[in-house]
Design a protein around this ligand. Structure first.
Ligand code: UDX
Length: 398
């Protein structure tokens, strides 16, 4: 843009971590900042006197960008794509490591017990966080240290979701926190998918009864073994309910796609089930036919399910997923955690609990309440909306 004499332009430079679950929220944040009512993009242009960078927004995992920002005398804001509930537990990683909590195995009597320092999680949840406790602890320590040196942190969550104990996460940080999610609710589904989404599946969903379909997806990174794949297939077919199953190429170890499924399985399923490589997930969750979401509890998937009021079956793999799943099942009570992994009998029981039992109806009621709270938080005067207004003012003050 040009004025009479000077070329005036200020930019916000964003650095996402190059993984689906991190790229998507960063691009969503970019479009929120560009198109928010306050129209930050326009204000930055009006406000600027020279060609310059207003600030950097970088993924929390790019902790080393704080040194770059300091060297260039730029403000750095941090985007945390994972959940605030897992950030709460991250505070305990050093204790877990010192006390040997990471080494507690299935055979140990404590495996199923609650962790004394964090009673809302179990030792078995800690065991799932990482196969490399020292490396993970060092990474998180660096992330936390460099985040506290930044100008502020942006969370893809909403205040009403969390228990009062999560508040401490925001209060204890010596920098401003902006909790302005869920990002994907600000505008329609973004086109940030790295894999092509099979949109034909929406036509099949249109032919299904309301709340009748089990939607299954384990996100962009998780892997399962061939025998776990078989257990999932058997669990689904034994339930005898319609399903839409995302089998990402590469999901199953040593297999291209679904070639290890016996012909008999496909015959038995017939038109009752569909398998796709990648789905338009937000549209699937918003579809009236979707009855539950069997998920790995990546934070984006968890938020997307809450936003559409769809109860969950939880099969977490690593990182923040086990903590998210524990909150979904035990604290918010909006899903069932498959405590014993992928086994056909447990799967069938969990699916029936959510899809057919009174317990499932109660979960649906609770998650519908959360959905209403999401919508309120995004309206003018709601907590996320207020946080966005504060963030825009803050960036303009740089
Ligand atoms: C990873 C981590 O595992 C997660 O815990 C962390 O918070 C972010 O990075 P990922 O496995 O990518 O997450 O899962 P998730 O955070 O749920 O993100 C997956 C995204 O892919 C979602 O936005 C979902 O809508 C999208 N998706 C998934 C599709 O568009 N189609 C699909 O078929 C499956």
């Amino acid at each position: 843009r040009s004025t009479h004499q000077t070329e005036t332009r200020r930019r916000i430079v964003l650095f996402p971590l190059p993984f689906q679950g991190h790229i998507t929220p960063m691009l969503q944040l970019a479009s929120i900042l560009q198109f928010s009512r306050e129209c930050l993009a326009g204000l930055l242009l009006e406000d600027s006197i020279e060609d310059s960078v207003a600030c950097l927004i970088t993924d929390a995992a790019f902790y080393f960008t704080q040194a770059v920002a300091d060297a260039l005398k730029l403000h750095r804001l941090v985007l945390r794509t994972g959940s605030p509930v897992s950030a709460l537990v991250n505070g305990g990683l050093t204790i877990f490591s010192e006390k040997g909590y990471f080494n507690i195995k299935k055979e140990d009597p404590d495996y199923e017990a609650s962790v004394p320092e964090y009673p809302f999680i179990k030792f078995k949840d800690i065991a799932k966080i990482t196969p490399n406790p020292h490396g993970f602890r060092d990474l998180i320590t660096n992330i936390v240290r460099q985040t506290t040196l930044s100008s502020g942190i942006i969370w893809n969550s909403f205040k009403e979701l969390e228990e009062p104990k999560v508040e401490t996460i925001y209060q204890e940080l010596p920098i401003p926190s902006f909790i302005l999610g869920p990002f994907h609710k600000y505008s329609s589904a973004s086109s940030s998918s790295l894999i092509e989404q099979d949109r034909n599946i929406l036509g099949w969903l249109d032919t299904q009864a309301p709340k009748s379909v089990i939607y299954v997806s384990f996100g962009s990174l998780a892997h399962i073994t061939k025998s776990e794949f078989e257990e999932v297939a058997n669990g689904l077919v034994n339930t005898d309910l319609p399903f839409l199953w995302v089998v990402r190429p590469g999901l199953i170890a040593d297999t291209e796609w679904v070639e290890s499924l016996p012909e008999m399985f496909l015959e038995r399923v017939g038109d009752k089930g569909r398998i796709v490589k990648w789905s338009p997930q937000q549209d699937v969750l918003a579809h009236p036919a979707t009855g539950c979401f069997w998920t790995h509890n990546g934070w984006n998937s968890t938020m997307e399910s809450i936003c559409e009021g769809v109860p969950m079956i939880c099969s977490p793999y690593f990182s923040d997923q086990p903590i998210n799943a524990r909150f979904v099942s035990d604290i918010w009570k909006i899903g069932v955690l498959l405590e014993d992994g992928l086994q056909r009998v447990g799967i069938e029981m969990a699916l029936r609990r959510v899809m057919m039992d009174k317990e499932g109806e109660e979960m649906r009621e609770r998650i519908s309440c959360l959905k209403d709270k999401v919508n309120l938080s995004l309206k003018e005067g709601g907590s996320s909306h207020r946080s966005l207004v504060c963030l825009v003012k803050y960036i303009l003050s740089f």
